[in-house]
Design a protein around this ligand. Sequence first.
Ligand SMILES: *Cc1c(COP(=O)(O)O)cnc(C)c1O
Length: 358
Amino acid sequence: MSLERWVRPCIYGMSGYVPGEQPAAGQRVVKLNTNENPHAVPPVVLEALAVALNEGLRLYPPPDAAPVREAAARAFGVDARGVVAGNGSDDLLTMIMRACVDPGETVAAPDPTYTLYPTLTRMQGGNYQAVPWLEDGGLPVAALAETGAKVIFVTRPNAPTGHAVPLAQVAALCRTAPGVVVLDEAYGEFADDHGLPLLAEHPNLIVTRSFSKSRSLAGLRIGLGFMSPALAEQLHKVRDSYNLDRLAQVAAVAVLEHLPAFQFAIETVKAERIRTTLSLTARGFRVAPSQANFVLAQIPAGPLSGAEWVALLKERGILVRHFPADPRLADKLRITIGTAAEMSALLAAVDWIQGQAG
Ligand SMILES: *Cc1c(COP(=O)(O)O)cnc(C)c1O
């Protein structure tokens, strides 16, 4: 086999991104490992999808997702020419890399953060610089800018820590960064504030949003990017021709026209996040304050390792996420905020495990 000669060295030499486990259809688990929304899609979105199905899927969708971009412009009070739609927000991250990063160039992000960024960088033949968060969780503005990166990713709220850096620090980074700053707001709707207002002053800023978390549509793959119209024009050149399928476009428009229909589910997740934080803390976990739809919980001192906690919870039918390769995260579990019943099941499993171990 000549695979090694057929494939670009940067691809051959890298390991692919590993998403959290997706159980087989019909398997009954409490799924708290990939930050999906436990709440149902509002009926108004499902009705729009049913109409689209009846109208047939024979024709290509609008190539640039114009109806979605226009609905987003109305919903968020921005210029539709500065909105780009993605097949999930990951698709937008890929477009940004294609448009901005040549082989050998640098991409940077505070660390730890979303582990897709280094994978995307390697695909581009770029070099990835992980810059540790400041001691207080702040954004290492100067150190990030000094990397000279063409693209700097800032996840806000961050995964897997759940913390949201002050927007003033993001603005400072935009002013000093030599390249593009991507504010990844995949969890933005669960936070106290967000970065869209910064766009007016910072032409090198791109804000991305996902419909996978707060909008309960991880299965449809929809994301939005907000930026200057000039930058959007460049991203459109590197987009797959029809990157958002017809059903995704119909659902996205319905979502954007009915944003208040999601607010109750978002508030429910935020309330459950507080209860989960308090309940895990009472059981000896150390839980960092989170502005996202998950918490990062350090396991209690005791005989069980992080990997053992994950395995024991899985035996009880509960999936959580663990990042054993990173020594700073090996003793922590990232737990998605599910429904009240799901979080009660988690807490009951924790009690059972602690009862056995104690
Ligand atoms: C989930 C997630 C994404 C990807 O979202 P999709 O819209 O499903 O592609 C992007 N960034 C971060 C930080 C995420 O956690």
